[in-house]
Design a protein around this ligand. Sequence first.
Ligand code: SAH
Ligand code: SF4
Length: 415
Amino acid sequence: MSATSLMTIPGHVDPVTVPRDAITARDDGRVDLIGLPRAAIAALFAEAGLDAKAAKLRSRQVYHWLYHRGVTEFEAMTDIAKPMRPWLTERFVIGRPEVVEAQVSTDGTRKWLLRTADAHDFEMVFIPDADRGTLCVSSQVGCTLNCRFCHTGTMRLVRNLTPGEIVGQVMLARDALGEWPKGRMDVAEEESESDYTSDGRLLTNIVMMGMGEPLYNFEHVRDALKLVMDGDGLALSKRRITLSTSGVVPMMARAGEEIGVNLAVSLHATNKDVRDEIVPINRKYGIEELLQACADYPGASNARRITFEYVMLDGKNDSDADARELVRLIKQYRLPAKVNLIPFNPWPGAPYECSSPERIKAFAQIVFDGGISAPVRTPRGRDIDAACGQLKTAAEKKSRAELDRLAEEKQAALD
Ligand code: SAH
Ligand code: SF4
C-alpha cells in the first residue's frame, strides 16, 4: 500500500452516502461494516482517506471477505496489503450480535438469545430437518402489533433491528455451524461460484419469522436480505428465503419487487370479526384487501406459492365451516397457495388453547380435499421455548436477571 492511496483526492470521493440510522453507534468511534453494501463501504473508505479508485478496489475485496468468507478480522484478509490491515482495524470492526445464551432442544432445534451493541435482547432459532435447515430470523426487538395469540406481541416494540443486526444473525449461525466456504485463501479473478458449493450445508433456508413484523422495518430487512442473496455475499437463493407478514398490505408489492423472496401471510381467520380480534392489523387492512395484495404479489406462481399461516385455536377459528371458507377465499382470489396449519403454542397467561389433534386433522382434510396442500407443522423446540410465537420468554427472563445483577451491584457499591 503506497502512502498516496491513503490520501483524499478532491472530487474523487464516492458520492454514495452512508445512511447513519443503519449503523449502531459504537463507543470506540469505529464503524461496524456488517450490514453495509459495497458502495457504502467504499464511501466510508473514501471518507477515511483512500482515493476513489483504491476505495472501490478495497471495498470489493473487503466485501468478499466479510460476507462470502465470513472472516471476523481484517488480518485474515490475505490479499489486502499488510500495512493496510491495521489501518482498517483502527477505523472499522466486523461485528456480530453478542451471544448471551445458546440452547439446544432435545429435537435438535437451537435457540440463541442475542444482544445488540446498545443492550437490547432478541432471539434467533435454527430448526434442522432431514432435508433442510431453517434459520428463523428476527426483524425487530418486540413488535408493535398485538396479535392476541403471540407472545412477542405482548412485548412493546423496543426498536427496529439494523441491516447489520439482521444479516448478522445469519452470519452468526454460519459461524456456529462452521459453514463458511472453505475455498482458496486468495481471491483469484478466475474463481467461480462452484468453488464454494452449498452442498451438504445445514443452513439452507431462512424465514423472517422471528420477533417482529418485517414489513414494518422494510428498508433494513430489504438491505439485509440483499446481502444474503448476493452471489458474492452470503449467496443464498431467494427461493430459499421466506418473509412472513401479518398483512401490512401497502408494503407487500414493494416486498415482491424490491426483495423478491417467497411470501408467507399470517391469515389465521376467515372472517372479519375473528381476524379483527386475533390479528388486530385486520382492522386497518381487511381480509379482502390482503388477499387482493396476495393475488398481485410479484413473482407468485404455481412453482412459487404463497404460504398462508393458520394458527389452530380451540373453538375460535378451527371449525369445518372455517376450513371450507378458507378454501373458498383462496379459490375466489385464484391464489397459488398452500396452507401451513400451526398448532397453537401456549404461553403463560395466553387467552387461547390449541385445537385438539382430531380437530386439526379434520380441518386439514377439508382444505386438502379442496385441492390445497395443508401440512400441519410439528412444533419444534418447545422445551427451550423456541416454538413459533414464544420468542419473548428468554429475553424477559434475561432482563430480569440483568436487573437483579444491577441491583446487587448497586447494593454492593452502597455497602
Ligand atoms: N410478524 C410476522 C412474522 C413473525 S411470527 C407475522 O406475524 O407473520 C411467525 C408466525 O408465527 C406467524 O404466522 C405468527 O402468527 C405465528 N405465531 C405467533 N404466535 C404463535 C403461537 N403462540 N403459536 C403458534 N404460532 C404463532
Ligand atoms: Fe407481531 Fe407477528 Fe406476533 Fe403479530 S404474530 S404480534 S405481527 S410477531
